[in-house]
Design a protein around this ligand. Structure first.
Ligand code: CO
Length: 134
């Protein structure tokens, strides 16, 4: 795991959440990005060497819709960057960590990501991502 790439917070209302992080907490806002494969819109902030992402569902069947219904707004996942996603997936499986998706999915900025089962990581949803090459 190279570095903590981002922390993602699930929110039902992007405008209200952006006011908190942009105006009250004064993080530098970088822009929006939609991730159609995960049916979310992300609002991205720089936070020193890492980023904060507000994520909100764009469809009823988005995984974030169910999360917000069950848990309400709050911390959704943390994401670590790796150099070689497939190698890391193999290594994690050998360690007995279950993956929520067996094949990498498309993430923000052309990255590829997998999510680890929170029951195997102490109750925290962990995303592992490989940045777009080149
Ligand atoms: Co993420």
């Amino acid at each position: 795991m190279k570095k903590l790439d981002h922390i993602a917070i699930a929110v039902p209302d992007l405008d209200a959440a952006e006011r908190i992080w942009r105006e009250a907490l004064q993080l530098e806002w970088k822009g929006w990005e939609e991730v159609p494969e995960q049916k979310v819109l992300t609002s991205i902030f720089r936070a020193g060497v890492t980023r904060l992402e507000l994520i909100t569902p764009t469809a009823e069947d988005s995984p974030i819709t169910g999360f917000l219904e069950r848990r309400g707004p709050g911390l959704h996942h943390i994401c670590f960057e790796v150099d070689d996603l497939e190698a890391e997936m193999e290594r994690l499986k050998e360690q007995g960590i279950r993956l929520l998706n067996e094949a990498p999915r498309a993430g923000v900025g052309g990255s590829r990501v997998v999510f680890l089962h929170p029951k195997d990581t102490g109750g925290v949803l962990v995303e592992v991502m490989e940045k777009k090459k080149g």
